[in-house]
Every structure is written in C-alpha cells, then in structure tokens.
Design a protein around this ligand. Sequence first.
Ligand SMILES: [Zn+2]
Length: 274
Amino acid sequence: MTLHTRKLMVILSLLLSPLVLASALPDHRVPGGIISLPVAAATDEKPSVMFNSKPVMVVNHDDQWVAVVGVPLNQEQSLTLEVNGETTTATITPYPYEEQHIEIKETRKVNPQKNDMDRIGKEYNQMTPVYKSHSKHLAAQWTEMILPTEGPYSSAFGLKRFFNGQARKPHSGIDIAAPEGAPIIAPAAGKVVLTGDFFFNGNSVFIDHGQGLISMMCHMSRIDVKEGDDIQQGDLIGAVGKTGRATGPHLHWTVSLNNARVNPKLLLRADQPR
Ligand SMILES: [Zn+2]
C-alpha cells in the first residue's frame, strides 16, 4: 500500500466514523427485514404505532421517537402502519433468498406421525402467545445484540427449505456451527418467558427483550435458566447441542419482532462478525 493510499484511507475512515458511532437503527425494507421509521409524538406521550391493529416497538433514539417494525417473510410490496391514528405505507423490496436442500435420516422429523402432530400442536400453542406478546416494561431504548455463541455461520436466514426434497417453511433464524457443550449467552437483556423440549426445536429458551422483540435459542444440550429469570446481555443460558430436528450440533437463533421472524444479523452490534 502506498503512503498516498494509506492517507486516503485514514481520511475516509475519519469521514465515516461519525456514521458508525451513531449506531443507526436497522432499516432494511425486505421480507424478513426491519423498518425504522421516525415518528412524531402527538402529545407529550410516546406515539402509538400499530401494524395489523397490534402495537409495534417504539423506542427513544437520539431524542427522537422511532417505530421499529419487523417485516414478515411473506410480506410483499408494501406494509401499512397506523401512526397516531393515520396510515403510512412503506414500500417492501423483494429479496432473492436462496434454496437449501437438507437430507434428514429420521424421516419422522420430516413427516411427523399422528401422535407427533398432537405434540406439535400443543407446542405451537405455547410458542404463539410468546411471539404475539408485547411487554411494555422492557426496551425503552434500542439495544444492539451480541452473538449468542461463537462459530461460523452454517445456515443463513430466509433460506427456502426442502427437507428430503419436500418444501417446508423458510429458515426463520440463523445457524451457528459450534461444538456440543459450547456456551450460549443472552444476545440482549430480557426475561426468560418459555423453556422446553420441543419436537422440531429441541431444548429451547425464549427470551422476551420487550415490546415484541423475542429471541429463541434451539437444539440446546443443556438449559441453565428457568422461566421468570431476568437476565442481562452476555449471561449464560445454556449449551449448544443437537436436540430436535438437527443434522449436527449447532445453535439455531430466531429473532422475532411484532410476531415477524427477522434476520438476526440486522440487530447485531457493529463489532460482531457477520
Ligand atoms: Zn436453523
């Protein structure tokens, strides 16, 4: 590198640094993305922002109210919000998520039996209220997340999935390859709202970060927290495993915002590996 290029790079980094330091809220208007929309307060109180008649996250960021909205993976073209009673429409750009083909030896995990279906139905009824919840007491400010475990990304968010050749729901989180027993930590502060051993997800922990922002960690070999625990960012919650529908030890991490599964990478602190 010549001295000239090096000087140029220093100047460039100085120019860019204020942008990086300001820790902008995520704004990626695609299915599975996040919309951050500054909103005016109608009164002295926090503005009301609704999506599908349900409240969405509103945070105070740099002395400005900002609605932070999860875009469902099946949301196409546009998304309509109600801000202080008035409608606002945001344009959604299509995103070309790739296909992924996976071979599962245990065919029962691909085509569950009748009694498995009963169990899956019960589990769905446990998980759905968690995803739909909107706890007001947490997350007044935006907190950037850290990765819950260390390791290479092994499966991206949003992949259109085929198990043994059969189309299934898109990949609603990210997979991080890590050895069995590797520690899993809380990506952000919150409350443990659900733990259990689920048919597909194996041993799982759900953390409520507040205002409809939920993390789910799956396939764990061990769970070290219990429902009701208040936890801080970085607290140990358990260990990596391969319980449930998994081809090998890894952490599956889902992030849900207003009941929309979003790409967890959009919420990561700038120093985290992408
Ligand atoms: Zn996964």
